[in-house]
Design a protein around this ligand. Structure first.
Ligand code: AMP
Ligand code: ZN
Length: 461
């Protein structure tokens, strides 16, 4: 029996599909004004594990992910600038171009991390019509008002606005009298923003209320309902979505369709960098490519993330990455030495299943993996069992091969010979300079009683 922690109910609940065998899953996608940082990617790894565990349990998952390419403002209170416009200035390209570039880069990151692509990708800018229709529905039901800069959602019209966040509405209201401008309530949010009267935006559309662009939250409510229906199984995002984005998605859906959009709401906790929040604006911006450039296999990052429970913050540092690299290398080496698979071991399989089904307890599932490695079962049984586990782990364990020793290139051999000649002539300075060249090219040279030995320097796993 699979159980999952539902933020809406604030408890671990048994999961059963609303419309078996299908499970409809919506995950909030990236705002494509920049590359994904490894914090964002932690959330997508968690969601990938969720999807794989659902499939492991025999469900057929229909997975939808949006791409936010308009309307996500730098300030959650609807005051800041569209992040896409910020990205445009930084990159010196149009908003449409950067959306394309960062979406492609994001897809590459997902592939390198063995994260399954959603069955349906949907871009906010491809669904302006659905968003306008939903705002009209909310308006017709009496939940909107107009200010000088847009159409807003009146959160006071819902009895339980912010329930998922357990918001203290009175406290919020009292604390923000000044910063509210024309908003009626502190928690009200924009559904449609007007283009500034004095400037032409790169992305703007005509609407029943005037030229402008949709607020950030409406895209997810509109596209989720469009592809998955107005009440589907699971909606996910990072923990930051608990306070604003998801209460607003739910409010819009309640106002238009009378449902809370999803049966389960799941949230992945943040990756942090030495106690700081990892963000695109704070300078703590590490991309997957940053890790690759440092010599790490991208799957080391996936393995590192599996070591933390998705409902706990995880702290990133290079030592922890090295630890993950060593452990993954050990695991891969062990698996590569096992013979061809026969039948999986039922006891280990049951143990692993119990852990992943216990609200995706991956740290405990990894402990089962190590117990399997250490066990005295025949290698062929271990191999068959790990292949089953890897349907969830997604580490490609059965396919991994130790890298074949590469032959030493001729120019490196030539340098080594010149160095021998320099040593024979007691020309130590030249010998040292030649050694430096060999090392700089990524090789190690060790003098042994039988002569110098050359080998390629070990990279990270
Ligand atoms: P964004 O590009 O801001 O729309 O965020 C994309 C996804 O990454 C969302 O699900 C966020 O909740 C999530 N996210 C943002 N920062 C972090 C972080 N430091 N750790 C984990 N997830 C994050
Ligand atoms: Zn969303």
């Amino acid at each position: 029996m699979l159980t999952l922690f539902d933020t809406y109910e604030r408890k671990v609940r048994p999961f059963t599909p609303l419309d078996p065998p299908q499970v409809k899953l919506y995950t909030c996608g990236l705002t494509v004004y920049d590359y994904a940082h490894i914090g964002n990617l932690r959330s997508y790894i968690f969601e990938d594990i969720l999807r794989r565990v659902l499939e492991f349990n025999g469900h057929e998952v229909l997975h939808v992910m949006n791409i936010t390419d308009v309307g996500h403002l730098t300030d959650d209170a609807d005051a800041g600038e569209d992040k896409m416009e910020v990205g445009t200035r930084r990159a010196g390209k149009s908003a449409w171009e950067i959306a394309e570039i960062y979406t492609e880069a994001f897809k590459q990151d997902l592939a390198q991390l063995h994260i399954h692509e959603p069955h349906i990708w949907c871009k906010a800018t491809d669904h302006i019509g659905e968003q306008i229709a939903m705002i009209q529905c909310i308006e017709a039901n009496g939940y909107t008002y107009r200010t000088s800069d847009g159409i807003y959602f009146d959160t006071a019209k819902l009895d339980d606005y912010g329930y998922i966040a357990r918001l203290n509405i009175e406290g919020l209201q009292a604390g923000s009298r000044i910063a509210m401008s024309e908003k009626r309530n502190a928690t009200d949010f924009a559904l449609w923003k007007f283009s500034p009267p004095d400037a032409q935006r790169q992305m703007e559309w005509d609407s029943p209320w005037g030229v402008g662009f949709p607020g950030w939250h409406i895209e997810c409510s509109a596209m989720a309902a469009h592809y998955l229906g107005t009440f589907f199984d699971i909606h996910c995002g990072g923990e930051d979505h608990i306070m604003v984005h998801h209460p607003n998605e739910i409010a819009q859906t309640q106002a238009c369709h009378g449902t809370r959009l999803a049966n389960f709401w799941l949230h992945g906790y943040f990756l942090q960098l030495d106690g700081l929040k990892m963000s695109k604006s704070s300078g703590g911006f590490l991309r997957l490519q940053t890790l690759i450039d440092r010599g790490y296999d991208p799957l080391v990052y996936r393995f590192f993330c599996l070591g933390g429970h998705y409902r706990a913050k995880l702290t990133f540092n290079w030592q922890a990455m090295d630890g993950a690299a060593t452990a993954l290398q050990r695991l891969r080496t062990a698996v590569s030495q096992w013979p061809d698979p026969t039948q999986p071991d039922e006891t280990f399989l049951a143990d692993f299943t119990a852990q992943v089904n216990d609200d995706l307890n991956m740290p405990r599932a990894l402990a089962v993996v190590w117990n399997l490695v250490k066990s005295d079962l025949p290698g062929s049984v271990k191999k068959a069992t790990i292949i089953e586990f890897d349907r969830v782990l997604g580490l490609g364990l059965a396919e991994w091969q130790p890298e074949a020793e590469q032959p030493i290139p001729a120019e490196i051999l030539a340098l080594a010979e010149q160095r021998q000649a320099a040593r024979a002539a007691k020309n130590w300075a030249e010998a040292d300079a030649l050694r430096d060249q060999i090392v700089a090219a990524g090789y190690e040279i060790t003098d042994t009683p039988t002569g110098p030995e050359l080998k390629q320097r070990a990279a990270h796993a």
